[in-house]
Design a protein around this ligand. Structure first.
Ligand code: PBG
Length: 329
C-alpha cells in the first residue's frame, strides 16, 4: 500500500535535478526586487570609498551618472539618495535640509534630467545628515521634540517633492508625521508623490557604517532609543504599521533586515500593503568582510537576499544592488 509517509514518500525526489528544483521553487529574485542606496558627497570628480563599507562609494554630483547608469542598465526600479553634508553646513536645526541647493536636491534634478521617469527616486525624510548633534529631529532640553520636528520634515518633504522626488521616505520615527506630510503634499498639489514610511525602524547597532558614510557618527550624541523602536518588541511594530497605513503610507519599511525577518512576516501576514526590507549597512559590512577574508563564499549574499522574499518582502534596499549581475547569476 502507498502511504503518505516514508519509504513511499520521499521529499528528496523533488530535489533530484536542477530542472525540478527550478520548477518547484517558491521564491525568485530579479532586479525588480531592488532599491539601490547611493551616497552623495560635495566637490568635483569624487568617488570616495566608505571606509567601513567595502566597495561602497560616495559620488559627487558630476560623477553620479556612473552609478545611476549602472542601476538603469541592471534594471533596478529605484535609487535612494543619502547625502554626506559638509560639516560646516551642519547646525542644531539642520537647516541645510531646507536648502534648495543641497546635495540631495542637486542629485534629484540631475537624475530626472537624464532619465526622466525611467527610474524612481526615493529620498529620506529626516534631519540626521544635517544636524550638528546627529539626531533625526530637533532637540530642546535634551529631548527630541516631536511636533516641532514634524514642521521641519514637512518643509523638507515639500522641497524634495518640488525637485522631483518620486517617493518620500520618512525615516525619523516621529509620531504622526505621515499624516501631516500627506496632508501638506496634497495641499500643495503633490498628490502623486508617494510615502514610504519607515514604520518599523528599530534602534539598532547595525546602522554604524551608514552613520560613517553620511558623516553623522562622530557627531551623534547619545542614542536614538526615544524615537526608534525597542528591538525586544513585536506587537509594537504592528501598531506602528497600522497607524502609518491609516495616516496614508503607500508602502512601509522594516529595518534592519536579517535580524528582523519575523517582523516582516508578521506585517505581511496581517496587512495587505507593499512591505520593503532594508538590509542595512552593518549587515552589509559583516557579510562583505567575511567574504573578503574568505570566511564565507559570495553566494551567501544571494541566500540572505532570498530570505527577505521568503519572509514576504516586496522589495529590498541593498548596498549589493549595483552588483546584481554577479549576485543573481
Ligand atoms: C537616518 C537613517 C539611518 C539609516 C537610513 N536612514 C540611520 C539611523 O537611523 O541612524 C540606516 C541605514 C543603514 O544602516 O544602512 N534617518
Amino acid at each position: 500500500m502507498i502511504t503518505g509517509k516514508y519509504p513511499n514518500l520521499r521529499l528528496r525526489r523533488n530535489r533530484k535535478q536542477q530542472w525540478i528544483r527550478r520548477l518547484t521553487q517558491e521564491n525568485t529574485l530579479t532586479p525588480d526586487d531592488f532599491i539601490l542606496p547611493i551616497f552623495l558627497t560635495e566637490g568635483k570628480n569624487k568617488k570616495d570609498e566608505v571606509k567601513s563599507m567595502p566597495d561602497v562609494y560616495r559620488y559627487s554630483i558630476d560623477r553620479l551618472s556612473q552609478i545611476t547608469d549602472k542601476a538603469l542598465k541592471l534594471g533596478i526600479p529605484m535609487v535612494a539618495l543619502f547625502p554626506k553634508t559638509n560639516e560646516k553646513l551642519k547646525n542644531d536645526l539642520g537647516t541645510e535640509a531646507l536648502n534648495e541647493n543641497n546635495l540631495v536636491c542637486k542629485a534629484i534634478i540631475e537624475i530626472k534630467k537624464k532619465y526622466k521617469n525611467q527610474i524612481g527616486i526615493m529620498c529620506d525624510v529626516a534631519l540626521d545628515p544635517y544636524t550638528s548633534h546627529g539626531h533625526d529631529g530637533l532637540i530642546k532640553s535634551n529631548k527630541i521634540i516631536n511636533d516641532e520636528t514634524i514642521e521641519v520634515l514637512i518643509n523638507q518633504s515639500l522641497l524634495q517633492a518640488e525637485m522631483g522626488c518620486d517617493v518620500l521616505a520618512p525615516s525619523d520615527m516621529m509620531d504622526g508625521r505621515i499624516g501631516k506630510i500627506r496632508k501638506a503634499l496634497d495641499k500643495e498639489n503633490f498628490k502623486d508623490v508617494q510615502l514610504l514610511s519607515y514604520a518599523a525602524k528599530y534602534a539598532s547597532g547595525f546602522y554604524g557604517p551608514f552613520r560613517d558614510a553620511v558623516g553623522s557618527n562622530k557627531f551623534l550624541k547619545g542614542d536614538k532609543k526615544t524615537y526608534q523602536m525597542d528591538f525586544r518588541n513585536t506587537d509594537e511594530s504592528l501598531r506602528e504599521i497600522a497607524l502609518d497605513i491609516k495616516e496614508g503610507a503607500d508602502m512601509v519599511m522594516v529595518k534592519p533586515g536579517i535580524p528582523y525577518l519575523d517582523i516582516i512576516k508578521g506585517i505581511k501576514d496581517k496587512f495587505k500593503i507593499p512591505v520593503f526590507a532594508y538590509q542595512v549597512s552593518g549587515e552589509y559590512s559583516l557579510l562583505s568582510n567575511a567574504i573578503n577574508s574568505k570566511i564565507l563564499k559570495e553566494h551567501v549574499i544571494f541566500e540572505t537576499l532570498m530570505s527577505f522574499k521568503r519572509a514576504g518582502a516586496n522589495a529590498i534596499v541593498s548596498y549589493y544592488a549595483d552588483r546584481l549581475d554577479k549576485i543573481l547569476k
